[in-house]
Ligand binder design. Structure first.
Ligand code: ATP
Length: 366
């Protein structure tokens, strides 16, 4: 929403969470700071054990930070118990009451808050419509499908109109097709309600598809925060480049610098142009990252291409992956979109050249 887009709903400030004490404390969050804007679909993305759930639990109030603050619209929420926070959670397991109907499940939180019956009934009707479950209002939740249970869990969590909805891997129990459907559904719900969503996933594709912004986490730290495109196109470091999408990593030496661009000399002696983040010096050993779809196969003698051999070709329907061995010894993958009109002229075992566009490569610290 214009004008309000920069207001922070939640601000995590220097939050540390250490479990246990004595010899082997576990640092689950290591000084995490991240602002989450009002009305945004914000995703915490990272591998298992990186601290995503811990951070959600601290926001929900199920646990407390060892140090640091969590602000909600500028106010420290530490003194508020979970039920007094304008925050609700959707769990992976849904946690519905199986002996209750869909409508009773949705009403449950409102009844606990002591809302008047007429208001609760009206709100339940509104929520049933929002998640398109009007037809199943009086069905027990033990008698509906996984996808429908997911909708009920969402309706129940949204019913008390929280300012922030926390979603802990809510789609992971669904099969692939249903998950894709629910991704679109969740985006719609977030858009229609205007509630700030904080979504946890370890699935990078899901994060890229759904989020306004993503925080990439590893080992208790936030490595990068940005819009999906920003993170995909300009990863802050090797972990992010490896975790989000697919990447080729090439060792190189900085052969020349010019503002935000550099010439990188690869092991094969070929020099390529690459984007250069701040803080590098000439002659430094670096890594060049290239996405497989940003490289092109050309004839082996093509000027300024990297020479290599095709070791394997994998057909993937929409794309083909060419697995190559560069003359410098490194592995490299080129992805090419398939077209019904153009059969590939490149075959396994062939000598080829690899051309990397001048904006496709980026320098990372080694
Ligand atoms: P997953 O995707 O597997 O759920 P996660 O990113 O959500 O992982 P957390 O559950 O936040 O990770 O865990 C972060 C770290 O803290 C892990 O090393 C975990 O073992 C540890 N941890 C979490 N809860 C506790 C606890 N109650 N006591 C001790 N260690 C814990």
């Amino acid at each position: 929403m214009p004008g309000q887009a920069d207001r922070n709903a939640i601000e995590i400030r220097d939050v540390r969470k250490v479990f246990g004490s004595g010899e082997n404390p576990v640092v689950a969050l290591d000084t995490v700071s991240v602002p989450i804007r009002e009305n945004e679909f914000f995703t915490l993305l990272g591998p298992s054990g990186c601290g995503k759930t811990t951070l959600l639990r601290l926001i929900a109030g199920f646990d407390f930070p060892t140090s640091g603050e969590i602000l909600l619209y500028g106010r420290d929420i530490a003194p508020l118990p979970p039920y007094k926070r304008p925050v609700n959670t959707v769990f992976q397991s849904y946690a519905l009451f199986p002996h209750m109907t869909v409508a009773q499940n949705i009403a449950f939180g409102l009844e606990m808050l002591g809302r008047p019956k007429a208001e609760t009934d009206a709100r339940v009707a509104e929520m049933l419509k929002l998640v398109r479950m009007e037809q199943l209002a009086s069905r027990r939740t033990s008698q509906i499908s996984g996808g429908q249970q997911q909708r009920v869990a969402l309706a129940r969590a949204l019913a008390p109109q929280p300012k922030v909805l926390l979603l802990d891997e809510p789609l992971s129990a669904l099969d692939y097709k249903l998950r894709k459907e629910m991704q679109i559904e969740l985006k719609r719900l977030q858009h229609e309600t205007g509630i700030t969503f904080i979504f946890v996933t370890h699935d990078q594709e899901e994060a890229l598809t759904m989020s306004d912004r993503i925080a990439v986490m590893s080992a208790g730290r936030v490595l990068q925060v940005g819009a999906p495109r920003e993170i995909y196109d300009s990863p802050a470091d090797r972990f992010v480049a490896d975790f989000i999408g697919e990447s080729n990593f090439l060792r190189a030496e900085m052969a020349g610098m010019n503002g935000a661009r550099a010439r990188a000399r690869l092991a094969s002696g070929v020099e390529i142009e690459a984007r250069l983040p701040e803080g590098f010096s000439p002659g430094e050993s670096v890594t060049v990252v290239v996405r497989p779809e940003h490289a092109q196969l050309v004839a082996a003698d093509f000027d300024s291409s990297m020479p290599g051999t095709i070791e394997n070709i994998v057909y993937l329907g929409t794309d083909t992956h060419f697995h190559l061995r560069l003359d410098g010894g490194e592995a490299f993958v080129v992805r090419r979109q398939n077209s019904p009109n153009a059969a590939s002229t490149f075959e396994k075992g062939a000598r080829v050249g690899i051309l990397i566009g001048s904006t496709a490569a980026q320098i990372l610290r080694d």
